[in-house]
Design a protein. Structure first.
Length: 441
C-alpha cells in the first residue's frame, strides 16, 4: 500500500504537500473517560523514535541504534486512504500524539488527533472527543434532519454525484444516502449520544469533501428536529486535524486543516467541547503550513512559522502565539520565490536556532538547513543530490537528526529513515519503508 498525498490550498494555486502516518489494533486501545483528567506521573519515556510504516497502518518505535523495532499501535479501520498522517511526542516523551482518519465516517473531521503512552496504553481522542468506543457511556436521544442538495443541475461540483454519508456526531452509525442535485431527504438517527447542552454537528461526506453545520442539541429520551443540512458546491476538502505540534509544557496541541489554518486545542479535554482557537489573530498568513512552538520555558509562547506571499519571497517568521502576522518579524528568507513551502520546521532543543527542509530551485533535491539565531547564519546540513530530505526530527541532545529520505519530491512509494549528525556527518540508514519520524526523550 502506498501513502496518499494531501493537497493543501496554500496559495492562489494548489500547492502539493504530503502528510501521512499510522493506526492501531483494538486490543491495543485502552479508552479513557473524557471527563477524567489524564494522569501520567508513572509513565516512563522510552527515548525511542516513533515512525509510521509505509502503507499507513502501523505506528512503530525503534531505538536510535536501529534495534528493538516494535509495533506500538495499529487499527483495522486505519487503511489507505483513511490511515495516519502525522505524529509527535509530547516534549517530556510521556505521550505520543498522532493524526488518523480511521474514524473519518463517524467524526466531524476527515482526520482527528489522538494520543497514547509509550507502552501503547492510555489511548484517547483529543479533537472531537469522545471516541466512538465511549458513546455507550452517554444517554441517548434521536435526531431528525432534512438534507437538501441545493447544487445547480447545470453546474458540476463535488456535490453533483448525490451520494453521501450523513452523520450527526454521537450517532451509533452514519447513513449512506443518494440525494441528487435539486432534491432532499429526511433522515432519522435513532440512537445519538447526548453530550450535554450544546449543538452536536451534522456532516455530509463525499470522499475527501465535507459539508457541515453546527447541528442540534441532542436531548436524551427525546426526538429533536435539527435544522436542515444544506449541500452545494465542492464542500471543504481535508477538513480535519493534521500535523500535531505540542506546546513546551504539554498543555496544548496545535494542528492545521487542509488549507493550512492553524488552530490550538487543550491537550486534556475534561468533557466534550468545541474549544478550538486560531494560532494567529486576524488573517492567517499565506502558506503557514509548518510552524513550531518554542522549546524552552522562556520561548514557550513564541511561534516559528512560514509565510510565502511577501514581496521578498518565502520566509520563516517569529511571533508570540495568537498575535498578528507582521512582515517585519521575518527571521530568515528560505527562498527568493513566492509561494514556496517547507517540508518541515523544528526548533533546536535549546532554542538557539532551528532547522528546516526545503527543495532547491530546480526541485531535483531537498536538504535540511540550520539557522543559528545568534550569528544569523544558515548552514546546509545534508548534502543530498537527486534525493529528498523531507520530514525530520531532532534528538533531545540536539546533536542528531532523523529524517525521511526519498527518491522523489512528493510521492510516498519509497521512503527510508536516515540519521545524521547536526554537522551532516555520520549519515546511516535507520529504517526502510518508514516515514514521519518523531524522536522521543
Amino acid at each position: 500500500m502506498h501513502f496518499r498525498n494531501l493537497y493543501i490550498i496554500a496559495t492562489a494555486s494548489i500547492a502539493y504537500f504530503s502528510v501521512f502516518c499510522v493506526n492501531t489494533t483494538k486490543d491495543k486501545i485502552s479508552s479513557l473517560n473524557v471527563s477524567t483528567q489524564f494522569s501520567d506521573s508513572a509513565v516512563h519515556p522510552t527515548g525511542a523514535i516513533a515512525y509510521i510504516k509505509l502503507g499507513g497502518s502501523e505506528i512503530r518505535l525503534i531505538d536510535s541504534n536501529g534495534k528493538n523495532d516494535r509495533l506500538l499501535w495499529t487499527h483495522p479501520d486505519a487503511k489507505d486512504p483513511l490511515g495516519l498522517f502525522d505524529l509527535a511526542w509530547r516534549p517530556d516523551g510521556k505521550e505520543l500524539a498522532f493524526s488518523s482518519a480511521h474514524e473519518a465516517i463517524s467524526s466531524l473531521y476527515h482526520a482527528d488527533l489522538y494520543a497514547l503512552r509509550p507502552d501503547g496504553s492510555g489511548f484517547r481522542k483529543i479533537t472531537n472527543a469522545p471516541d466512538r468506543n465511549d458513546f455507550d457511556k452517554y444517554k441517548k436521544g434521536s435526531i431528525t434532519v432534512t438534507v437538501r442538495n441545493n447544487q445547480y443541475t447545470f453546474q458540476h461540483a463535488q456535490s453533483s454525484s448525490g451520494v453521501f454519508f450523513v452523520n450527526i456526531i454521537g450517532a451509533d452509525r452514519p447513513q449512506q444516502v443518494t440525494i441528487p442535485p435539486g432534491s432532499s431527504k429526511t433522515l432519522v438517527f435513532k440512537s445519538v449520544a447526548d453530550f450535554g447542552k450544546h449543538a452536536q454537528a451534522l456532516v455530509a461526506i463525499n470522499g475527501n469533501y465535507r459539508w457541515f453545520m453546527p447541528g442540534s442539541d441532542v436531548i436524551a429520551g427525546t426526538n429533536v428536529k435539527a435544522p436542515d443540512l444544506i449541500i452545494s458546491g465542492d464542500g471543504i476538502e481535508y477538513f480535519g486535524a493534521f500535523r500535531p505540534v505540542w506546546k513546551q509544557d504539554g498543555s496544548q496541541l496545535s494542528y492545521r486543516n487542509g488549507t493550512c489554518l492553524v488552530q490550538t486545542i487543550p491537550a486534556n479535554q475534561k468533557e466534550p467541547a468545541d474549544e478550538f482557537r486560531p494560532m494567529f489573530t486576524g488573517k492567517t498568513p499565506m502558506g503557514s503550513c509548518t510552524w513550531a512552538w518554542g522549546p524552552t520555558p522562556a520561548l514557550a509562547n513564541q511561534v516559528l512559522y512560514t509565510e510565502n506571499s511577501g514581496d521578498g519571497g518565502s520566509g520563516v517568521f517569529l511571533m508570540k502565539e495568537r498575535n498578528v502576522h507582521d512582515q517585519a518579524n521575518r527571521v530568515t528568507l528560505f527562498s527568493d520565490i513566492q509561494y514556496q513551502l517547507l517540508n518541515d520546521l523544528h526548533w533546536l532543543p535549546d532554542g538557539s536556532g532551528f532547522l528546516y527542509s526545503t527543495v532547491n530551485l530546480f526541485h531535483d533535491a531537498a536538504n535540511i538547513f540550520w539557522y543559528d539565531m545568534r550569528s544569523k547564519k544558515t548552514t546546509q546540513v545534508t548534502q543530498l543530490q537527486g534525493s529528498f530530505a523531507r520530514k525530520f526530527s531532532i534528538s533531545p541532545s540536539g546533536k542528531q537528526i532523523v529524517y525521511e529520505r526519498s527518491t522523489t519530491a512528493d510521492e510516498y512509494d519509497s521512503i527510508d529513515l536516515w540519521i545524521t549528525g547536526l554537522n551532516g556527518k555520520g549519515g546511516r540508514l535507520l529504517a526502510k519503508n518508514a516515514s514521519c519520524p518523531s524522536w522521543g526523550r
